[in-house]
Design a protein around this ligand. Structure first.
Ligand code: HEM
Length: 146
């Protein structure tokens, strides 16, 4: 994957505004509310019975932070996302058995969280760079399935 200087700048400058705890919680909570079948993977997280429970669930919060921290670390390795996420991809495929379609959904939800946060700073150019990055992220996480 080739990244232009503008794309790199768009992704890293957006990321510098992200709060992995707060935005991670919102991203994972939105995934669980908007795509309720994703809840089946998190049966150990306790009460996910409605949006209020999901938003107040401490395990969702802690896990959302872990997920966005991994995204942030992939951003630090833009030229080698696939290798950087190889172990995580293998564990999602072989141990967690997560349907890789769900990576796309998480990516979509993350773009919405970023757009809401950035408002008018989330220009079409910034969105385009993010859509590209999400594709790279999803491809890297899906790699361990083959
Ligand atoms: C665990 C990252 C998407 C389900 C994890 C962990 C990380 C992570 C860093 C912790 C691994 C560890 O502690 O060794 C990501 C990233 C994703 C993503 C970067 C996409 C951008 C998903 C999706 C699902 C999912 C879409 C399901 C719908 C799980 C589950 C665990 C896990 C069930 C184990 C949770 C636990 O019991 O603690 N993920 N993940 N992940 N992930 Fe993902």
């Amino acid at each position: 994957v080739h990244w232009t200087a503008e794309e790199r700048a768009a992704i890293t400058s957006t990321w510098s505004k992200v709060n992995v705890e707060k935005d991670g919680q919102e991203t994972l909570a939105r995934l669980l509310v908007v795509y309720p079948w994703t809840q089946r993977y998190f049966s150990s997280f306790g009460n996910l019975s409605n949006a209020t429970a999901i938003n107040g669930n401490a395990k969702v919060k802690a896990h959302g932070k872990k997920v966005l921290t991994a995204v942030g670390s992939a951003i630090q390795h833009l030229d080698d996302v696939k290798h950087h996420l190889a172990a995580l991809s293998k564990s999602h495929a072989q141990e967690l058995h997560v349907d890789p379609e769900n990576f796309k959904r998480l990516g979509e939800v993350l773009v919405i969280v970023l757009a809401t946060k950035l408002g008018s700073a989330f220009t079409p150019q910034v969105q385009a760079a993010w859509e590209k990055f999400i594709n790279v992220l999803v491809a890297a996480l899906s790699h361990g399935y083959f």
